[in-house]
Design a protein around this ligand. Structure first.
Ligand code: OOG
Ligand code: NI
Length: 475
């Protein structure tokens, strides 16, 4: 990061650090914490870094592409994490906490239809430059108590959650301070980062007794994970690889057992959206306290490792085609793939996706994906006797006055997310079905503001890049 972007001043003459600086610090301390809590994560980072280095040294094309879009500098910092919250006020404060780090809620994901009783958003930066400086993002889900049919258990959960405070006093004070004065000094930022980290820490003592834990588990493993602990421990941190198939094979070779199949689209020349794989959740020892103060030992599975490969963001038309081909494949094998039919699933997926054009030119001309537009040197010699508009862009592209690079998909996929949840929760939970409709307006009410519309975000970014080109051409 350039030194210029670390500090910004305000009119009270105090020096505030930028939100990118705070976000990077937070991502770093989080990564260090997770490395010490889940050593396999550190091993996965080594693996991913090694594979990325090889690819960058072997493929001039990929290297150039990442340089042109500015993603080259962020590749090795790139991580996403996930947390699961229990009650509305936690989501509300979490939004304020992430805002201190320049992270905003983008997209609404309903996972109930896929058998997971939560809905979610992803907190991330929303400007290209700030994304490239500090790409850290957090998939944040909120338990949907309204989907739990057992009224008595629902009441107990309410009471348990009512009594917990997942944020430290100092964190809350510093969020207020940042909101009131428009930023934090370097010293405050460091305290904020360390205090905020506490919310994401693993606790090996449950807040409920073993009986209650079992009752929660009986409803859904995820409910036990959210309700039985002091806070929303970070459950995975995911580095970005440039070749997930290589990682999947190397994981097996290193005795890190991956899940049975890679979520998302098949391998392609021009990757789209997001492909993900993970290693199974660890079995961790947990202490439960019963009413008379005695301790009982048990275990819990929550934290796992995940790797992702990101490709081009697709338009609504592209997403519809993606969903259609994915659903067609899932239907043919009878739902989510299992260890037994993973090969069959992958072959069929590859076969079905032949329908999805696999060159950037086709993806552009058929408006299936989003692109950054750049002017070329040829622009110097362009005829100036007309004013070029958006309608001329395809012509300009064909004639070599502008070029394109794919816009990377910055977000998540609900079916994949459900698959990741399921692979770590056990198949019984994955088969569960929840009645009820998705409830974005309730989510936004709890959040305290609307989420950014995901498609519109890419549309706007593409538009900005086209307008910049036109401004240069018409200058
Ligand atoms: C979140 C799963 C979603 C992803 O990469 O799709 C996710 C969770 O298990 O809490 O992180
Ligand atoms: Ni994830």
């Amino acid at each position: 990061m350039s030194s210029k972007s670390i500090v910004s001043s305000n009119d009270t003459e105090k020096l505030f650090v930028s939100s990118e600086y705070i976000r990077n610090r937070f991502a770093t301390v989080m990564s260090d914490m997770y490395k010490s809590e889940v050593p396999l994560y550190g091993e996965l980072l080594d693996l991913v870094n090694g594979i990325n280095e090889t690819i960058l040294s072997e493929s001039e094309e990929i290297k150039k592409q990442l340089e042109n879009t500015g993603e080259d500098t962020r590749l090795n910092m790139e991580r996403h994490g996930a947390i699961r919250l229990g009650k509305p006020s936690e989501l509300f404060t979490m939004r304020r906490l992430f805002k201190v780090m320049g992270m905003f809620p983008v997209g609404y994901y309903d996972l109930a239809t896929a058998g997971v009783p939560v809905h979610a958003t992803a907190f991330r930066a929303i400007e290209n430059t700030t994304l490239n400086q500090a790409p850290f993002r957090v998939f944040t889900s909120l338990l949907r108590l309204d989907l739990i049919d057992d009224a008595q258990l629902r009441a107990s959960i309410d009471t348990i959650l009512e009594n917990r405070q997942i944020f430290t006093e100092k964190t809350l004070k510093l969020i207020d301070k940042s909101e009131n004065q428009g930023g934090l000094t370097k010293e405050d930022a460091e305290t904020f980062v360390q205090e905020a980290l506490e919310t994401f820490r693993w606790h090996d003592t449950a807040t409920v007794d073993y009986e209650m834990y079992k009752a929660l588990l009986g409803q859904h493993r995820l409910i036990a994970d959210v309700v039985a602990f002091k806070g929303p421990h970070i459950n995975h941190l995911t580095p970005r690889t440039l070749d997930i198939d290589k990682v999947q094979i190397s994981m097996e070779a290193r005795n890190i057992p991956p899940k049975d199949n890679i979520e998302g689209p098949p391998a392609r020349k021009c990757p789209i959206l997001l492909r993900q794989t993970s290693f199974k959740a660890l079995t961790e020892k947990v202490t439960f306290k019963n009413q008379v103060g005695n301790q009982e030992m048990g275990e819990h599975k929550a934290r796992f490792g995940e790797i992702e490969q990101r490709g081009a963001a697709v338009t609504q038309k592209g997403l519809d085609l993606y969903n259609e081909l994915l659903e067609k494949t899932r239907r043919a094998i009878g739902g989510s793939p299992t260890a037994e039919n993973a090969d069959e699933y992958n072959n069929l997926l590859a076969e079905n996706f032949k329908e999805f054009p696999d060159s950037y030119n086709e993806l552009q001309s058929q408006e299936l994906a989003y692109f950054h537009y750049f002017t070329t040197d040829k622009v110097k010699s362009i005829s100036k006797d007309k004013n070029y508009t958006k309608a001329d862009v395809n012509q300009l592209l064909q004639e070599g006055y502008v070029t394109i690079e794919p816009m990377v998909y910055e977000d998540f996929l609900p079916v994949s997310a459900a698959g990741i949840f399921a692979s770590n929760l056990g198949t019984d939970d994955a088969k569960r079905e929840y009645e009820g409709t998705s409830n974005q307006s309730l989510f936004e009410k709890d959040l305290g503001e609307p989420v950014y519309n995901l498609m519109k975000w890419y549309e706007d970014k593409q538009d900005e890049s086209i307008q910049e080109c036109l401004a240069k051409i018409n200058a």
